[in-house]
Design a protein around this ligand. Sequence first.
Ligand SMILES: Nc1ncnc2c1ncn2[C@@H]1O[C@H](COP(=O)(O)OP(=O)(O)OP(=O)(O)O)[C@@H](O)[C@H]1O
Length: 264
Amino acid sequence: MNPKIALENVGKTFSLARERFVALDDVSLEIADNEFVTVVGPSGCGKSTLLNILAGLEEPDEGRALVDGAEVSGPGPDRGVIFQQYALFPWLTVRGNVEFGLKIAGVPRDERRRRAAHFIDVVGLSEFADVLPKALSGGMRQRCAIARAYAVNPAILLMDEPFGALDALTRVKLQEQLLSAWDRERRTVLFITHDVDEAVYLADRVIVMASRPGRIYDVVGVDLPHPRSEEVRLSPEFTALRNRVWNSVYHQDDERAATAERTS
Ligand SMILES: Nc1ncnc2c1ncn2[C@@H]1O[C@H](COP(=O)(O)OP(=O)(O)OP(=O)(O)O)[C@@H](O)[C@H]1O
């Protein structure tokens, strides 16, 4: 089957003052329809650049980014993007925020109401539908942002550290909620995180990146059962996968040093 998303030999370099940063070097990746892929790696390894290219917010210098076989040429309603900072409109209620994208898309009022109510329920915010963002906690705001992204029904969700600013407990709750929403309404998801446990818990496949130059370093398949639960989180299988990804992320430098030593 054709992949939903494909990156073909993507390269991207930024120049800052006199320095050049190779944010992505020859990155190739295929993501299947309805697959949940997480990306982890050290700071500056090009994770956000990769997501921004797929979102159509950055252009690659080399190679191509494809969605459904067509080259990405800008943002589109087929891709919902969720960043770490929940960009909610402060003057709109939860319902207003979730309905906003539907209004822009020209969805009629009754259908808008119905869809917004459904996704507000999916993220567990029904009681707060008429509340303004300032009265919500950080976790609730991010749930509202997720409901808004889901409501416009994009085939693809691109999530850049969406839970990065939240405390550990809220984070775990949101992981559960995101996965249960995904179990009910499958989407193709690319999810960036710094958190190895989060990467393994959510994913069908974890992509580990390395920096300087930014590239794919390791790919780890996660065959843990769904629906995932605390039991899965505490299982030896989860621990083994987590350790494997942890080693890949945190021992990249050891390997590099050993290679440098061997070749010097
Ligand atoms: N607009 C830009 N202008 C100049 N350099 C940039 C720009 N965007 C990214 N870079 C550089 O490209 C490299 C990759 O950045 P990117 O933000 O993609 O990494 P990241 O893995 O998402 O990092 P982090 O985990 O810290 O968010 C870094 O060296 C960064 O400084």
